[in-house]
Write a protein that binds this ligand. Structure first.
Ligand code: C2E
Ligand code: CA
Ligand code: CA
Length: 387
């Protein structure tokens, strides 16, 4: 006999096949000036018989019947196609249930959906809830590392609601932390919640993460968050989830300095790589890497600093070259999202001397991240410091 859940799963399967599930988009904004940085993509299912069915009802069913990957695939393809004409700096955040990163194919599927739609993976953010990461973290960690390697950013969703938030935070490569709406919504009435939000904002920033407050509904909450130094927010105060066709209109309503450059021709990393010698002082040890960390071009001085024989480093991954770990890459993405400089750190040159490593985002005319410059400065020779 077919039970109610099975019936729902069958209907969901049919809806997925016929495009009955569509992505809605909710803005994530800067609390400083209100401009839109990106959208969270939320699944909406309209069933011809039952009408609107909310994700809280069908996501657990999709999970149980193994339909989540298909759902994600559909949402991504629809969202990428809708976003093709939106400003180039806008990111899209997709929800991934904790069971999904256990599948070794997940990263490949995400990459394929983005590549098929020519949507840059650096604009794909993946939100994972901590609820459910109970057992072995080996495969999830591997999947998330691969996604970072491809250029995606990983966010921890619903922070504070799971069993071991702090354990996951320290073991998995997150760049962004989303404070659960329940704390944010209770903030104005409950001192405890206000203290918790304040502490989480501080914790996130001290770990180098971008912090987003969810469920912001009132101007009072937004003011409190600003006072705590929280930079990013999402909630009905700024916009409800809307279908794709309403997004351009919604974007127009947000006065955004960043949108102004949205139509100019982007300058690719390749073009910048060609101009490496013109853009930097002679003898500067500098390399350009793509958002995922693969070196696209390097100066001779950089090659020499890496390898006494001066072998070319282009094509190699920055993780293999210097002490840049997936965590550093994740932090890099967070500081970039917040428009903050990434702190310099010490590395060692091929000859054993200590060098200071400066990593900076490289953006095109429409503020889209095209990669990073990595510059080595010899700290034993202050005269050689390039500005
Ligand atoms: P979430 O990831 O925490 O998403 C935020 C939820 O809060 C959304 O509910 C959004 O509509 C709602 N929300 C946003 N701002 C406010 C606000 O100011 N006040 C209130 N009261 N609510 C607000 P939604 O769309 O019903 O989604 C519920 C959950 O379902 C999501 O929570 C997410 O965990 C899950 N979900 C949605 N789409 C997907 C998906 O495509 N895949 C997976 N795996 N999960 C999804
Ligand atoms: Ca989410
Ligand atoms: Ca959430």
């Amino acid at each position: 006999m077919v039970n109610a859940d099975q019936l729902l799963a069958r209907r969901l399967l049919a809806a997925l096949a016929s495009g009955g599930v569509e992505p809605f988009f909710q803005p994530i904004v800067s609390l400083d000036d209100g401009h839109v940085l990106g959208f969270e993509v939320l699944a909406r299912w309209h069933d011809p018989e039952q009408g609107f069915i909310g994700p809280d009802q069908f996501i657990p069913i999709a999970d149980r019947f193994g339909l989540l990957d298909r759902l994600l695939d559909q949402l991504m393809r629809a969202a990428f196609s809708a976003a093709a004409d939106w400003p180039h700096n806008i990111f899209l955040g997709f929800n991934v249930s904790p069971t999904q990163p256990r599948n070794p194919e997940l990263a490949t599927r995400i990459a394929k959906a983005a590549i098929d739609s020519s949507f840059p993976l650096s604009r794909v953010h993946i939100e994972v809830t901590e609820n459910g990461f109970i057992d072995d973290l080996t495969q999830p960690r591997c999947t998330l590392d691969r996604l970072i390697n491809l250029g995606c950013m990983i966010a921890m969703d619903d922070f504070g609601t799971g069993y071991s938030s702090l354990t996951w935070l320290s073991t998995l490569p997150f760049s962004k932390l989303k404070i659960d709406a329940s704390f944010v919504m209770a903030m104005e009435d409950h001192r405890q919640s206000r203290k918790i939000v304040d502490a989480v904002v501080g914790l996130g920033h001290s770990l180098g993460l971008a912090v987003v407050a969810e469920g912001v509904e009132t101007a009072g909450q937004a003011d409190l968050l600003r006072g705590m130094g929280c930079k990013l927010a999402q909630g009905y105060l700024f916009g409800r989830p809307t279908p794709a066709h309403q997004v351009p209109n919604a974007l127009r309503q947000f006065a955004s300095a960043r949108q102004n450059g949205g139509l100019s021709a982007p300058m690719s990393l390749e073009v910048r790589a060609d101009r490496l010698d013109e853009d930097y002082a002679p003898g500067t040890a500098v390399a350009l890497m793509d958002p995922a960390g693969t070196v696209v071009a390097s100066s001779k001085a950089f090659d020499r600093t890496m390898d006494a024989n001066g072998a070319e480093v282009a094509g190699r991954h920055i993780w293999d070259l210097i002490g840049v770990t997936p965590e550093t890459m994740a932090q890099l993405r967070a500081t970039d999202l917040l428009d903050e400089p990434f702190p310099a750190f010490d590395g060692s040159a091929a000859d054993g001397s200590t060098v200071q490593v400066h990593i900076r985002p490289v953006k095109d005319e429409s503020s889209e991240l095209v990669g990073y410059s990595v510059e080595y400065r010899d700290i034993s020779n202050p005269a050689g410091l390039a500005s």
